[in-house]
Design a protein around this ligand. Sequence first.
Ligand SMILES: [Zn+2]
Length: 300
Amino acid sequence: MPLEQLGYVGGRLDRADHIRMNPDQAAQALASPGARCLVLDGLDPVTQDSHLLMEPVATDASLDDHLLLGLDDEQRPVFVRLAQEVGSNFFPSPRSRAIVTEIPADEVALYGAARSLVHWHGRHPFCSVCGSRTSPEKAGWARRCGACNAEHFPRVDPVVIMLAEHEGRVLVGRQHSWPEGFYSALAGFVEPGETIEEAVMREIKEEAGVTVHSVRYVMSQPWPFPSSLMIACIGQADDDALKLDETEIQHAFWCDAAGVRAALAGKADAPFTAPPPMAVAHHLLKHWADAQVAPPRPSA
Ligand SMILES: [Zn+2]
C-alpha cells in the first residue's frame, strides 16, 4: 500500500443504477447467494487480513435497512446495513484515518462511500418539508416521505481548497485548532449561486485579504466526513499583501517551492508541517511544487 495514496479515491464497484431503479431486481440482488454486506462498527471501518470485512447478507435482510453499494468485479452485489444510531460525529476517527495505509485504495473509497451514505440515512429519518417519517428507496440511494411524497437524495457538499500563487510562492495558512506548525491550503464551502472559481476568489479574499484571478481546477477528492467533495484549485494573486480573518486563520505565509518540497518530504527544517498524503491538500501542494522550475543541480 503506497503511503502517498490519496484517500477515498479509486472505487471499483459498478454502482449498478439499473438495479437501484428496479425494486424487484434490488430484492433479487439482496437475496442472491453471492451477496455480501460490508461490516461497519458504528461508522468506523472493520478490517480483517488487510481488507474490509464483508459478511454474507443475512437471510432475513430487507431493503428497508440495506443499501446496495454496487457490484464487484465478479458481479456480486455488495450491500451495507443502514444503522439506526449513527451519532453526529462529522470528523474522521483514528481508525478511519489508519485504514488508508492498511487496505487497498479501492476499499478505502468503498468505505468512504458507505460511511457517507449510512451517516446521511441516520441523520435524515424525517422529511425536511413536512416533518413526517421518511423511508429508504432506490436500494438506499434516496428516501421518500410517507406523508407528502417528497423525495430526498444523499447530499454532496462542494468545498473549494486552494492555493493562491504569487511570483513563485504559494499561500499556506493554519487554523487556531491545528497542531503547532501544521499549515495547509485555505478552504471553504461553495455557497449557493457561486461557481467553483467564484468560491475560490471569495474564500481567499475573506480569509487572507488576497485578490486572485485565473483560477484553475487541479483535482478533487470525496471526503466522507460527512459528505464533502474537496475541489482543489490554484489561483493567481494580484499581490502578496495579507489581511487575515483572525477568527478563522491564526497565521498564513507565502512559501517557495523549496519550502513546500521540504514540508512534503517531512524534513525537520521544513518551514511548516504539511497535510498527510491521504489529504488532497498534500497532492495540491505537490502538483504546484512539481510544476516549478527544479533547483539547479550542484556542479561536480
Ligand atoms: Zn414530507
